[in-house]
Design a protein around this ligand. Structure first.
Ligand code: NDP
Ligand code: GDR
Length: 374
């Protein structure tokens, strides 16, 4: 019998990579998708299986982490061997604007799933993965951060995730649930949401290089992050649930870079030498030189990056750097994709999209491509 997995957040970045990974391993994969007025399944369309096909192994169910009866019914129908709770209002800046909704989804959503396991008597069968986050460290007390570093959340998102973290530990200790926290540091990919900083940069620069936009507006360029590739990180989500005993693990690369540095490398990938001038909100990014043919719309001297104070957060997480030594020692995990490789992959993907838009525009069939949001 194939193992059954239930993924919340299957339409998101991690959910899509994890679904692919589990299907490859022979699982029957069930995902929860939200009802939306427009299509929101682009990241999993390539693995969609028509339910009328013979023996489909990938199923989507309408649902929402705010809806207890819906989650409990789906759990009762599937009786999954593994639950991966990846669904979340996952944008830190947005959580300052929607704190109550963020708490409902990110904190109580986890509780609803844990309770469903208990209510349905699945404690002995169902293993639970909680998508915890390096944002828990917030105002960091120790560098690098490990599983033992104290938490100090700095946003409604992180506070909600702190509740979910401890509920996962509590259900493990109180009811013997096989429940694990993956404390994942930032991980990116061509499928990253367009308003997270890495994708905003690669997408924005590609659009600018192709003449679809003029300038990228950024927030705090000094923020330091430990960026890995989502494909490597979902492998670890699965590994955690295959252990003999449940535990919590930090997943990170162990290397740290600034947003400014990411901008420089992403620009270089397009043949643009980017120079920074000025400081604070007056800092600008200027094209110093261009090589190759990937940025036909640009010339040296063009200003392609400015600061917009609206992208600064009410409370910032200035620096994050993880130590994934425990995951390496106990589960043999280490990241396979380097940051330069990931940037190259993201830029190549966004450049393909930008070129397609530029071609459409050239033929009078332009689509809106503005980089909006946080
Ligand atoms: P995404 O934002 O790409 O995906 C979030 C998913 O959650 C989407 O499928 C979204 O649906 C779904 N979702 C949002 N609200 C609800 C809701 N009310 N009910 C059901 N589903 C909902 O996030 P990632 O894939 O990047 O991250 C996966 C998880 O890991 C998240 O919990 C995130 O907080 C956490 N995390 C992420 C890290 C990262 O660097 N990526 C690092 C550490 C933790 P829709 O597509 O309809 O919007
Ligand atoms: P983060 O990711 O908040 O770490 O949360 P994000 O990419 O949004 O920000 C990283 C850093 O870049 C700075 N920054 C900007 N961020 C955005 N989004 N837009 C900008 O224009 C900009 N300019 C500078 C931010 O201030 C921040 O310091 C992500 C999410 O995936 C969470 O769900 C996850 O838990 C954590 O990573 C680990």
């Amino acid at each position: 019998m194939a193992k059954k997995a239930l993924i919340t957040g299957v339409t998101g970045q991690d959910g899509s990579y994890l679904a692919e990974f589990l299907l490859d391993k022979g699982y029957e994969v069930h995902g929860i998708k939200r009802r939306a007025s427009s299509f929101n399944t682009q990241r999993v369309d390539h693995i969609f299986q028509d339910p009328h096909e013979a023996q489909p192994r990938f199923f989507l169910h309408y649902g929402d982490l705010t809806d207890t009866s819906n989650l409990t019914r789906i759990m009762a129908e599937i009786r999954p061997d593994e639950v991966y709770n990846l669904g979340a209002q996952s944008h830190v800046a947005v959580s300052f604007e929607t704190p109550e909704y963020t708490a409902d989804v990110d904190a109580l959503g986890a509780l609803r799933l844990l309770e469903a396991i208990r209510f349905l008597g699945l404690e002995g069968q169902t293993r639970y993965y909680q998508a915890s986050t390096s944002e828990l460290y917030g105002l960091v007390r120790e560098t690098p951060q490990t599983e033992r570093t104290p938490f100090y959340p700095r946003s409604p998102y992180a506070v909600a995730k702190l509740y979910a973290y401890w509920m996962t530990v509590n259900y493990r200790e109180a009811y013997g649930l096989f429940a694990c926290n993956g404390i994942l540091f930032n991980h990116e990919s061509p499928r990253r949401g367009e308003t997270f900083v890495t994708r905003k940069i690669t997408r924005g620069l590609c659009n600018i290089a192709q003449g679809l936009e003029d300038c990228l507006y950024m927030g705090n360029l000094d923020a330091l992050r430990d960026w890995g590739h989502a494909r490597d990180y979902v492998r670890m989500q699965w590994l955690m649930l295959q252990c003999d005993a449940p535990d919590d693990y930090v997943i990170a690369t162990g290397a740290q870079h600034s947003v400014r540095q990411f901008l420089i490398w992403a620009a270089a990938e397009l043949g643009i030498a980017l120079e920074f001038r000025g400081s604070g909100v007056d800092e600008i990014g200027v094209v110093a030189a261009i090589t190759g043919d990937m940025a036909p719309a640009l010339s040296p001297g063009d200003v392609i990056m400015r600061i917009d104070a609206k992208y600064f957060r009410p409370a910032e997480v200035a620096t994050l750097l993880g130590d994934a030594g425990k995951a390496h020692r106990q589960l043999g995990w280490k990241p396979e994709t380097t940051l330069p490789e990931m940037i190259a992959e993201m830029v190549a993907s966004d450049l393909r999209i930008a070129r397609r838009h530029a071609l459409l525009r050239h033929h009078g069939m332009a689509e809106p491509v503005a980089v909006e949001g946080k």
